[in-house]
Every structure is written in structure tokens, then in C-alpha cells.
Design a protein around this ligand. Structure first.
Ligand SMILES: [Zn+2]
Ligand SMILES: [Zn+2]
Length: 120
């Protein structure tokens, strides 16, 4: 149930949001169980845990490589196709000597279409 809630959602839900949706199907569910299962699923690579600057971790059912665009006005998170070719980890490691780079994150900030319309 938890996996399907995250996969169905395109809003990058927090654990609390997953909990309130899953609870409609499984009334006996506890928030602790949701947290534990989200961590397990993320550890398994079935979902992704995304840290997007907010206070709580968000979970993403899209596991293919993609970037995020965050609206600074309404906090809406949009998935976007990778726009810049992934820097080779060797070239990153040259910039950070003695390191082993495993991943990187790129996040764009700005105004989503709805909010940019309001500003005009
Ligand atoms: Zn917005
Ligand atoms: Zn995403």
C-alpha cells in the first residue's frame, strides 16, 4: 500500500502525506510503520528519498534520473528531465581531492507556471 501511494503520487509526498493516504486503506497503520517502510523501500531502490531543502524528507516514486524544479512561491515540486549531461565522477573527484563521488543533485528554484502568471 505504501509503495503504491508513493508511485501513484507525483507530488513527492512527505512521510506524513503518505501516512494519511495509506491510512484510508489501512486504518490500523501507524506513522512509525510508514517511516520504516519508506526507508526500506528507499534502501531497496524501489523509491527515492529526496532532500529538497524543506524540513522533512520527501519520497519520489520516479526512480529514473531526473532533476527537480521547486516553486519558491507555492513549494510545488516538478520533475524535469536531466538538462545537463552528468559530470563524470572522475572530473568531480579531481575538484574534491581524495574523495569518491557517488552521486550529485541538481535542483532548480523559481516560479511555477501558475505563480509566474500571478506575478504578471
Ligand atoms: Zn508556484
Ligand atoms: Zn522527482
Amino acid at each position: 500500500v505504501i509503495l503504491s501511494v508513493v508511485r501513484r503520487s507525483h507530488s513527492h509526498p512527505t512521510a506524513e502525506e503518505v501516512y494519511s493516504e495509506a491510512k484510508a486503506v489501512l486504518p490500523s497503520l501507524s506513522l512509525g510503520t510508514v517511516y520504516r517502510n519508506l526507508r526500506l523501500l528507499a534502501g531497496d531502490g524501489q523509491i527515492r528519498e529526496v532532500l529538497l531543502g524543506g524540513s522533512s524528507a520527501r519520497f519520489d516514486g520516479t526512480i529514473e534520473d531526473h532533476e527537480h524544479f521547486i516553486c519558491t512561491n507555492c513549494s510545488k515540486i516538478t520533475d524535469i528531465e536531466p538538462t545537463i549531461s552528468t559530470p563524470k565522477s572522475e572530473s568531480l573527484e579531481r575538484q574534491i581531492p581524495d574523495s569518491v563521488v557517488s552521486t550529485y543533485k541538481l535542483t532548480y528554484f523559481g516560479l511555477c507556471p501558475d505563480c509566474s502568471k500571478l506575478r504578471k
